[in-house]
Design a binder for this molecule. Structure first.
Ligand code: NAP
Length: 327
């Protein structure tokens, strides 16, 4: 699909992933209509307005996912829609209100607006590895997880993994609605996103990495991918007319111990309270085949972490944390 010099929409434009996507789209010559919840928060959009090409080809609009029709007037001239907006919260009190309703109904509202915009040729949905991994599939060191895996909603509820549940339900709802309404939908399933930040504030996953550095968070295993690769894959998924179905985006699958080793080497020696004694529990590999078929050449995890730590230092997040800890 030759979409260059055409208009595309990105929901949740000021987020971690979306900011890189907007940057790449502008560099590739697109006119980008970005939606944010509150245009009045200058700090949320200043980094977008400063991007190369933004003055000429970035248009920002207010839209809230939970309001049906909020995208109707924005999409009329767009050829593509990237739906990245979704609450990313790991610690919550009301899963239904905070996560499930905005994720599922929000996605549905966005797709309903697409059915009113005949110019839209394709929708690229940012789902997650969260809608892939949480199931009872047999697994061992030689198991390869691929796009045929789906998270099991009952297991998400049983284990109270609400973000996993929200992403699973949102993806399933989107696929069903797209099939029923003739929408060409391609789904991205990124792993845990790492790499440099464009936005001035910490998003949930970057915060999580800072917490690992502080020795707080322990997942048994992580499937990492660079934010720049996530952005590239989204654009490839729009432009490649043969793109279809889901695409798992994971460069490296490592256990907690390995992740900590990388971080330990990269942060300054004063930040040395990482969990060194956590044993590895990595029980599967992740297929890269489908993502590579799009033309994606993954950035190695070591480079992503190096650039992320530099970015966190540059934005004073590591510095701020050290000062608070010393108080
Ligand atoms: N980061 C990861 O590790 C990771 C991994 C896999 C998939 N993903 C997916 O990637 C997407 C982007 O995540 P991110 O990490 O970039 O998170 P982020 O920085 O928190 O971005 C999420 C965006 O969604 C917007 N949003 C949330 N609720 C909304 C609502 N009701 N109406 C309109 N906008 C709303 C937020 O807008 P406000 O700024 O107004 O709050 C924010 O811009 C999400 O779909 C996430 O599930 C992320």
């Amino acid at each position: 699909m030759d979409c260059r010099s055409r208009v595309v929409c990105v929901t949740g434009a000021s987020g971690y992933v979306a900011s890189w996507l907007v940057k790449l789209l502008l560099l590739n010559g697109y006119t980008v209509k970005g939606t944010v919840r509150d245009l009045g928060k200058a700090g949320k959009v200043a980094h977008l307005k400063a991007l190369e090409g933004a003055q000429e080809r970035l248009l920002l609009f207010e839209a809230d996912l939970i309001e049906e029709g909020s995208l109707d007037s924005i999409l009329h001239d767009c050829v593509g829609l990237f739906h990245t907006a979704s609450p990313v919260l790991y610690s919550i009190t009301d899963p239904q209100k905070q996560l499930i309703e905005p994720s599922v109904n929000g996605t549905l509202n966005v797709l309903k607006s697409c059915t009113k915009a005949p110019s839209i040729k394709r929708v690229v949905l940012t789902s997650s590895i969260a809608s892939v991994t949480l199931n009872r599939n047999p697994r061992g060191p030689d198991t390869i997880m691929d796009e045929t895996w789906f998270s099991d909603r009952e297991l998400c509820i049983e284990t109270k993994q609400w973000y996993w549940l929200a992403k699973t339900l949102a993806e399933q709802t989107a696929v069903k609605y797209a099939e029923q309404n003739g929408i060409d939908l391609v789904v991205m399933n990124p792993g845990f996103v790492i790499g440099p930040l464009l936005q001035p504030t910490l998003n949930a996953s970057s915060h999580f990495i800072l917490d690992i550095i502080k020795g707080k968070n322990v997942f048994p295993d992580y499937q990492f991918v660079d934010v720049r690769d996530v952005a590239s894959a989204h654009v490839m998924a729009l432009e490649d007319s043969s793109a279809n179905g889901r695409y798992i985006l994971v460069e490296s699958s490592v256990d907690h111990y390995e992740a900590v080793q990388f971080l330990h080497e990269l942060v300054s020696p004063s930040h040395n309270n990482l969990h060194q004694n956590v044993t590895g529990d990595l029980t599967f590999k992740v297929s890269k085949k489908k993502a590579e078929s799009l033309g994606l050449n993954f950035i190695p995890m070591e480079v992503s972490f190096k650039d992320m730590i530099e970015s966190l230092k540059h934005k004073n997040f590591l510095h701020i944390w050290k000062r608070r800890d010393q108080c």
